[in-house]
Design a protein around this ligand. Structure first.
Ligand SMILES: [Fe+2]
Length: 252
């Protein structure tokens, strides 16, 4: 059994959808795929992508990203309601959002949002970041409540931890995962990249690997004993920072 990781498939782009369609129907039947969010905000495309990948792999493990909770097309539905609908849809399509445990391996999903623990958003960020317009939250939600809501859905620690643990999230758990080569103009996005709550939660599982997405910058870096892996597929134009291929992160 191999464990592969990807994220940010953004199947609204035809080239990305074609890549998924081109994946072998036979080669991964014994394998697990971690899909760390940002498939699409479009319901039918999300259903298609999850259903297709669930058939190609023995097990598809999924957490939604911010794009998956956009409600630009959903009349009368907020992003919290969409999250709950996406969870049901994922299960119906054959994906799992629960803990996977088999043969001494545990793979743990961690839901999350950004909470400005990486920095306060500037006026420029508030004007350009699409989530501020494409996500709608219940009136009683403050911005901090969004992260607290998702963090509250996560387990902390496993009752009976198996040998090897892999955790995964859409958002970044620590600011130093942002490479130093990122230019100043792009650093305006830092406040909406992740949350330090995630780092505290993932450490409770003592993982050897944490998979994350969202930043669209492929990398594997070991920090304080954990290998942090980003293998975002990304937008078609992002050829220099994404590999556009599956990466195997574990084999038994
Ligand atoms: Fe994202």
């Amino acid at each position: 059994m191999r464990v592969f990781a990807t994220s940010d498939l953004h199947v609204d782009y035809d080239a990305n959808a074609k890549w998924i369609d081109s994946l072998s129907a036979a080669d991964y039947q014994e394998d697990v795929l971690i899909l760390a969010g940002d498939v699409t905000h479009a319901r039918r495309l999300l259903e298609w992508c999850l259903t297709t990948l669930a058939k190609r792999f023995r097990k598809l493990l999924f957490v939604p990203g911010n794009h998956d909770l956009w409600v630009t097309r959903e009349v009368g539905e907020n992003s919290l309601q969409k999250f709950q609908r996406v969870c049901g849809m994922a299960t119906d399509c054959g994906a799992s959002m629960g803990v996977f445990q088999e043969r001494g391996l545990s793979i743990v999903p961690l839901l999350s949002w950004y909470d400005y623990s990486f920095g306060e958003p500037s006026e420029e960020l508030r004007s350009i970041w699409m989530d501020y317009r494409a996500c709608r939250w219940p009136n009683w939600f403050t911005e901090q409540d969004i992260t607290a809501y998702f963090a509250g859905l996560n387990q902390e620690g496993l009752a009976s931890p198996a040998g090897k643990v892999i955790t995964y999230s859409h958002f970044l758990p620590r600011l130093d995962l942002v490479p130093t080569f990122i230019p100043k103009a792009r650093r305006v996005l830092i406040p909406v990249l992740g949350s330090t709550v995630l780092e505290r939660q993932l450490r409770s599982f003592r993982p050897s690997i944490h998979v994350y997405g969202h930043s669209h910058i492929n990398r594997c870096v070991k920090l304080d004993g954990i290998a942090y892996v980003n293998n975002a597929f990304g937008y078609p134009s992002e050829n220099l920072i994404t590999a556009k291929n599956l990466v195997c992160i574990h084999q038994t």
